[in-house]
Ligand binder design. Structure first.
Ligand code: F0G
Length: 476
């Protein structure tokens, strides 16, 4: 080798290393593809009208880039698919269950694992075994299904997230944090608090994380009051990545180490395996307390399936065990969050109003600033999601007044401060070019000279209305 070619290769290597440090490039390459097609404006207009202006009711065939949710939409790896072939479909005692149990213990640290078909299955069981009518359940902002199950069990949800969590202008690095004074106040004044429901990251606040210092304090306060801390661990690995990047003392720790420490301050968790754990279906409930775990096992057989499968096939449990292993890798998380930040960065630099800091699983658009003259009763975020679909076939989700639902006692709408549209990025599915298309479309909708007038709800389901509600256009 000549000196010049050796120095050229050195230069390349150096560039490569710098790239690795600076870039979020994915630690994988694509082996199989699924075709998607761009529809015409005429087709989209017809499809949206048939779907009652609700993006949940669109057929996925009519969608070009699907940013409805990151739930169950991940691409699995070849190692996960290989694991699917090793499914032990025994009714009882499947070896994949034991693999999953061991993996959850190693990475999340909890003693007992009760498998369920997805996150809300775990929320249902946890709420039924712990909440009594009249109880108060504090939480760092609500999540739709979580609050539903708490209220369905007779509890009342009380929001104890810090004020910054509701403030779109705030750049607080941990907008998901619990307000410790609010928590203390609830614990002192409520008749009975069965547990605090702590979500990391906080979906409805914009995918915002909770700091390690905060969970430690929550733990300390709750321990003084004899109240357990139950984690919604759905996106806890994404939370761990933010701690690594933003909290002093954690830069040199791995995501896996941070996750384990975070969970150690909690007494159990509900989990939607459809997010962090990189699978299309599945979930679990974890508990450290033996008596509670026994009660949960009694319930899981009634609602989900035997306590060693809980609604999942053996192959699903294997894919999830392997997905957990992949999800806690720093390189995976760097690319995952990096892609979300890439899209957020494009929009922010184009002047489109988004929630800052950019969250873990999605970029959230501030619908009120798209349509400053529209009343919240005319569903600005629902309208914006519809307009984005019409423009480009990109499917987004409303996270505003429709998602917030009604007060179960008064029947009045909840009026959330945040009226958002979520562009949710599935894991390992879309490319940087897809993100460019999304940014172009959202910017075009933001700059539309003629603004829509909003929507009128013409069908409202009784529970979790955002999934199936139907709307009609107001105005011309
Ligand atoms: N908790 C959080 C924070 C969630 O985001 C979800 C689901 C659940 C619990 C319920 O889990 O869907 O498996 O029953 N979120 C999805 C979303 C639906 O699009 O954000 P699940």
């Amino acid at each position: 080798m000549t000196i010049s070619s050796s120095s050229a290769s050195m230069e390349l290597r150096t560039t490569g290393q710098q790239l690795h440090r600076r870039s979020w490039a994915e630690p994988w390459k694509i082996k199989m593809v699924e075709p998607i097609t761009l529809t015409t404006e005429k087709q989209r207009t017809a499809a949206l009208s048939e779907a009652g202006y609700n993006t949940f009711l669109l057929r996925s065939e009519d969608v070009y880039i699907d940013l409805l949710t990151d739930s169950g939409t991940s691409a699995m790896s070849d190692w996960q698919w290989a694991g699917m072939m090793l499914g032990d479909e025994a009714y009882a005692g499947s070896k994949n269950f034991y693999h999953l149990e061991e993996t959850v213990r190693r990475h999340y640290g909890y003693k007992h694992l009760i498998p369920v078909h997805q996150g809300r299955g775990a929320e249902h069981i946890l709420s039924q075994i712990m909440i009594r009518p009249g109880d108060t359940v504090p939480g760092n902002m609500y999540f739709t299904t979580t609050r539903f199950h708490q209220e369905h069990a007779g509890g009342q949800f009380v929001d104890v997230v810090i004020e910054d969590g509701h403030d779109l202008a705030s750049l607080h690095p941990f907008k998901g944090n619990v307000d410790l004074d609010k928590l203390e106040h609830v614990l002192k004044t409520a008749k009975r608090v069965p547990y605090i429901s702590l979500a990391a990251t906080v979906n409805m606040a914009g995918g915002q994380p909770v700091s390690m210092a905060n969970v430690r304090s929550v733990r300390e306060i709750c321990a003084r009051h004899g109240v357990p801390v139950m984690l919604d661990a759905t996106r806890a690995v994404e939370n761990a990545w933010f701690i690594k990047c933003r909290e002093a003392g954690y830069a040199d720790k791995s995501c896996a180490e941070i996750l384990l420490e975070f969970c150690s301050y909690t007494d159990g968790c509900t989990m939607s395996g459809k997010k962090d754990p990189l699978v299309n279906i599945g979930g679990w409930l974890s508990l450290n307390d033996d008596t509670l775990a026994e009660e949960a096992r009694n319930m899981v057989v009634v609602y989900e399936g035997l306590h060693t499968y809980g609604g999942m096939a053996g192959r699903d449990m294997e894919a999830m065990a392997r997905g957990i292993e992949e999800s806690v890798q720093d390189d995976h998380m760097r690319a995952r969050i990096g892609q979300v930040e890439y899209l957020g960065g494009l929009l922010h630099s184009a002047g489109v109003p988004i929630v800052l800091p950019i969250g873990g699983h999605a970029v959230y658009l501030d619908a009120r600033r798209f349509y400053p003259d529209m009343s919240q009763d005319d569903f600005p975020a629902q309208t914006l999601a519809a307009e984005i679909y019409l423009d480009s076939g990109v499917r987004a989700m409303e996270r505003g007044i429709v998602s917030a639902g009604r007060d179960s006692k008064t029947g009045r709408h909840h009026y959330p401060k945040l009226e958002l549209v979520r562009l949710t990025i599935p894991r390992r599915v879309y490319t940087q070019a897809h993100m460019d298309v999304v940014a172009e479309s959202v910017e075009a909708v933001f700059l539309q000279p003629k603004k829509p007038c909003g929507l009128r709800m013409v069908y409202e389901p009784k529970y979790l209305r955002f999934f199936q509600a139907r709307f009609e256009r107001l105005g011309p």
